[in-house]
Design a protein around this ligand. Structure first.
Ligand code: FE2
Length: 352
């Protein structure tokens, strides 16, 4: 009996006992290189902002319900911005409260517009101003309170797709006997910043957990000062001036599953092309420029977002006369932890 016939004959008999044998018409199990479903996508701020404004006016933010968010959806996927994380733009209006909960997904906020909002994380309380990064690591209680006068808009990123694919979803709403569905704030509301915020010095006996970043907030002022310092270094051939938000205790990524970077492309910069496993989402903080991704070219400007799919060649450039600043989140900590990270540039190949 030919092999193909034997396989077909076995198929039905094996199925009765939850068994399978590969069939001649099965798609290949292994491909020479990644063939991702996730697509590289460009979202323009000028398209999204009017819809976000409408979302703020027409959609309620109910207590205990979902957040009011505009999700950046990847058309190659059933859900998610990439196959590992969700990026959403959250809008909260003056006087509103996004009530407390906790979940197994790691999350962070990068503030896009507005001021006067605060995020409470496990009893600590941090302001949310433009350019700030606030973390809500897996399992931490968090709520957002808007005390300012205009709409607050920020980028929310959660590793939801990864969490779901690992079937490790937990969610719990918050309840407190006196403060209800928001948390009471500790006597020292910014403890993690006071302990670890300098990045260089810290209390020698402050308790830390291996691999868990104890620092919950990175201010825009700190990031700007660091980028200005880094601008005195030799230009990075891929990213010009680039810095990663790091765990101040062990030097690792800011979150276990996601790494965040801030970079500045100066006028005339033409970056080298690279590709790597894992996915990325960029937010254009300011300026304009271009990124080629595969056979696409994204001409981006302030307020835009774009993703880079796994293993897609991509290169940044700034052909204008003003500096451009990009915020980035990627899932490389996961790939590196599992031994799946691989990166190439046009000039060299360097598995890491
Ligand atoms: Fe949440």
């Amino acid at each position: 009996m030919a092999d193909a016939e034997a396989r077909r004959a076995l198929k039905a008999d094996l199925a009765r006992f939850n068994g399978r044998v590969s069939q001649p018409d099965d798609p290949p199990l292994f491909t020479r290189e990644p063939e991702p479903d996730v697509q590289s996508v460009h979202w323009r701020g000028r398209d999204l902002m009017p819809l976000l404004d409408r979302l703020g006016r027409e959609v309620d933010l109910g207590a205990g319900g979902p957040r009011r968010t505009l999700r950046l959806h990847n058309p190659g996927l059933a859900f998610g911005t990439t196959h590992t994380f969700w990026g959403s733009i959250q809008v909260i209006l003056p006087g509103e409260v996004a009530t407390a909960h906790r979940h197994s997904a790691n999350a962070f906020r990068f503030i896009m517009h507005g001021q006067g909002s605060w995020t409470n994380v496990d009893g600590e309380c941090y302001p949310m101003n433009e350019g700030d990064l606030v973390l809500t690591p897996a399992g931490t209680w968090h709520d957002h309170v808007h005390k300012g006068s205009g709409p607050m808009i920020w980028l929310d990123v959660l590793d939801i797709s990864l969490m779901r694919s690992l079937q490790a979803t937990f969610f719990e709403p918050y309840s407190h006997p006196t403060t209800g569905n928001v948390q009471p704030v500790d006597a020292i509301p910014d403890r993690s910043l006071r302990q670890f915020g300098s990045g260089l010095m810290q209390p020698p006996r402050a308790p830390v957990k291996p691999g868990v970043n104890p620092l919950l907030a990175y201010s825009a002022a700190m990031a700007e000062a660091a980028l200005t310092q880094a601008a005195g270094l030799t230009s990075d051939p891929l990213d010009d001036v680039v810095l990663e938000y790091r765990n101040p205790v062990d030097g690792g990524p800011a979150m276990r599953t996601m790494a965040m970077q801030l970079q500045r492309l100066r006028p005339g910069f033409q970056g080298q092309a690279r590709r790597h496993t894992g996915s990325k989402l960029y937010y254009v903080v300011s300026g304009d420029g271009s990124t080629t991704v595969g056979d696409q070219r994204f001409d981006w400007r302030t307020g835009d977002f774009f993703t880079v799919a796994p293993w897609a060649w991509h290169a940044h450039s700034n052909g204008g006369t003003q500096e451009a600043t990009l915020f980035q989140v990627n899932d490389t900590p996961v790939l590196k932890a599992l031994g799946y990270y691989r990166e190439e540039t046009r000039e060299e190949t360097r598995p890491t």
